[in-house]
Structure formats: structure tokens, C-alpha cells
Design a protein around this ligand. Sequence first.
Ligand code: DQA
Length: 140
Amino acid sequence: MKILVLNGPNLNLLGKREPEIYGSQTFEEYFEELQQQFPEHELRYAQSNIEGELVNLIHEVGFDYEGIVFNAGAYTHTSIALADAIAAVPTAVVEVHISNVHAREAFRHHSYLSPVCQGVMAGFGLYGYKMAIDYITTLY
Ligand code: DQA
């Protein structure tokens, strides 16, 4: 099964960025753990700070891969273009947030992506990515 783990803006700074909220592990380190946890699946990792590049990645894999685990960062709260891209492709998309966005500022409570995703993981730290992959593997 092919699954894209996709991170949006500022998530390249994981490990250095507000570690009290997002933890001190880099995503590259965590991704290696994920690959060890799912050796039977083909996991690919991509990150971009650019909204259009995220749209292009969703188009690229969305008719081919079995799933996308997507942390869109702040674009979650702003991007109709990403919501439209997710709605346009048949692959299952799971929305992930490291922090519990509902326990934070009000502007983080609304997601344009949740209505077009299969489900949402928020507040479980990096473990949320693993749970999202676990879920996708149950679909096929
Ligand atoms: C985030 C939550 C967003 O509100 C924020 O803009 C991020 C990270 C999270 O993983 O908790 O960049 O998606």
C-alpha cells in the first residue's frame, strides 16, 4: 500500500519550533520510526511551505496512492484550494494535527479540510500520524 505523509508550512521546523507545543523530535527522525513500524507499506514523506505545491502533491498521488496523512499546518484554517484538492481525488485523506487545536486559539478551531477528510487526529503529538496510517491500512 502506498501512503503519502504530507506536512505543510513550518512543519519543516519540527524539533526546533515551539517544542513545548510540538515536541523536540524532528520529523525526519520520526518518519524513520514510522517506516520501521510499517515495513510492509510504501511510505513517502513530503513537506512544503507553499500552498500550490501541496495542491500539486495531492493531485500527483491522489489517483494512485491508497492514502494521504496530511498535516496542513496553518493552511488548515485558511485554504479552500487545499479543501478542493482533497475533494477532487479519490484517495482517503486523514487530517492530522500534533497539538489539540481545539484547546488553542479560536482561529485554530475551524478547519476547511475536515469536511472533506475521512477523519481528524488532533492532540496526540506525532503519534497521531501513526494512528492515521493504521486507519488507512484498515481500508483495503
Ligand atoms: C498544527 C496546528 C495548526 O494550527 C498550526 O498552524 C500548525 C501545526 C498542528 O500540527 O498542531 O502549523 O497543524
